[in-house]
Design a protein around this ligand. Sequence first.
Ligand SMILES: [Zn+2]
Length: 88
Amino acid sequence: MNKKLINIECPTCGNPIVSKYANGEVTGLLLHKCSRCKRYWDLNYTTGTISWVDGKPDKTPAKNFIVDLSTGKTRPMYDKALLRRKGA
Ligand SMILES: [Zn+2]
């Protein structure tokens, strides 16, 4: 197989929760479960966002993340440093 794959990481523990083809278009909402930390995530491929659904509710302070679908990396949707710069 020569197609390049992107591993999308669990926002909390970094474990890959799903793989997609780098050039393959995926849209819509899919539920993924992290096999390591057992959290459930709603991954919206259309908007590039990932939201916590279930698992370890008391240990999951941040629940909404932005996912870079070209690298698989995630970052918190509400960036504290960014909010500070905007004076919020
Ligand atoms: Zn995880």
